[in-house]
Design a protein. Sequence first.
Length: 665
Amino acid sequence: MSTPSRRDLANAVRFLAIDAVQAANSGHPGMPMGMADIAEVLWNDYLRHHPGNPQWVNRDRFVLSNGHGSMLQYALLHLSGYALPIEALKNFRQLGSKTPGHPENHVTPGVETTTGPLGQGFANAVGFALAEKLLAQRFNRPDYAIVDHRTWVFMGDGCLMEGISHEAASLAGTWGLNKLIAFWDDNRISIDGQVEGWFTDDTPARFEAYGWEVIRNVDGHDPVEIKTAIDTALKSERKPVLICCRTTIGFGSPGKAGKESSHGAPLGKDEVVATRAALGWAHGPFEVPDAITEAWNARSAGHNHETRWGHVYEAYAAQYPALAEEFARRMEGALPSEFASAADAYIAKLQAEGPVVASRKASQMAIETFAPLLPEMVGGSADLAHSNLTLWKGSKSVAGADPDANYVYFGVREFAMSAISNGLALHGGFLPYDATFLVFSDYARNAVRMSALMGAQVVHVYTHDSIGLGEDGPTHQPIEHLASLRYVPDNDVWRPCDAVESAVAWRAAIERRDGPSCLVFSRQNLPHQSRSERQVADVRRGGYVLKDSAGAPEIILIATGSEVDLAMRAAQSLGDGVRVVSMPSTTVFDRQDIVYRESVLPRACRRRIAVEAGVRDFWRKYVGLDGAVIGIDSYGASAPAEKLYAHFGITVEAIIAAAANETQC
């Protein structure tokens, strides 16, 4: 084969996608066929990456927000030289394959973030670009740009219809993320057909209003126009860039190009043959000529990119050793050596002093203590900073150019806030936290789920945790939310009962490396609970004996958050046979070994009462059908907190009555 043309290179991507979808009899061939020309120019002429080292810290980040077109990315990774052999493409969408239906960051080398829920990849990309900006401000020095990379994102009409795209694009423009470049696949087709009936936004004008540079009317099948657009985008100094590319979905298919029928189903055997003829691709399924394979391979170029950067970094480290050491620590995700001892001392101090504060205030106290030790902590609130208490003395807005910028004013954008935090975490170098009222975690819920699915270390702070918030009423009073968050796999949920448990929860979230933590705090003050040194240590285990019985327990009271004190007061009236278990994190407790769990909740004691101002059914797994649950299964009401607790029967008296009722307990 003679020197392959750009169209030849793009067709290799197209037919790997076509063949993989056809072999799986499942998938989305239309988008890879339509965006292949854009991808070919970007990946071969601009993207700085190293297939031999997918984790090179200064690589460009590529995000496929329209993740249903995953075979586009898999083809690019395979052809570029990542550890994704042709066998993996042949096993597309099969059990145990490295090529799942949508890209997953922990499955496929070279995939930066898990995408599929539309719009979230775009918001993740905003987080990546923000991370690059903040790291560059902190660590770069004249002549030493050790942080200097771009974030490239592909997205389709569906991403732009999702509300999260509005939230995230607005913030990206406000922050001036000029190293963020997005390609809009403007093919005017979605699953239901031509989008004119439901998507008539003036998208270029919309992004210009957000403060983006917009490059309009690019022919997404003309490499010259694509290159010109990218060259123009690279000149932007203060704004992110949207490149609007007109494409044809299913490009090259005689019978399905430009039609929704190419979106989410295989082309079919006859149409695959016709498409091969139409595009002049005289090669069998999964067959790529050597000349095309060699032209695509980026391992040598990637090695050169990393080597050049390595020389700069070595000189930087020689001149700025302390900065280089801090940069390396943060990018490795290691905590400072002094963190553990400082956390121990702070928690011991709290236990000795016994402050009576709302747990949201205790959270702020923990941030004030831990953040000065952790310059990687960056976060903020969805326009509730003075209610969530996420601001601390060292807060500096990321909207500016301060090298120590660490605080994000997200505005009322809970969904984008959480997805951007995911991007910050996945980029590396940051420990992000975000915050809103617990009831509004509903707005962010899918991004929280993605935190857990991706194993992203994000701290989601939720305050105003129950009917205890009082007069704002049922619209703001969470009922089912704790249970809902606990049911998300790999998501640690903490609801502490006082300042000590709040500090331990923060510490656990900081030290957890493999997933998110939801820290749930009260608006109202909570009494301090007395503990031994052993009990303080056991808080980390999610559940522990706060007050033990004399001998084997006759009845066990299990409580979380503000209801722990109710259980403790009830125990005083119920006598020496009562054990009180504080369970700040059921998810963490459930991971403990069976010996420890049995020591806290012995199976021999079936008289159990759970107490939490939330839905009752969740607690059945701890108390059984013959136990009792003091909780709430209806919406709240507008009234002072103490009147609401009495009205809904979440009281000391209710606990005592349940304990006296042998049929319930």
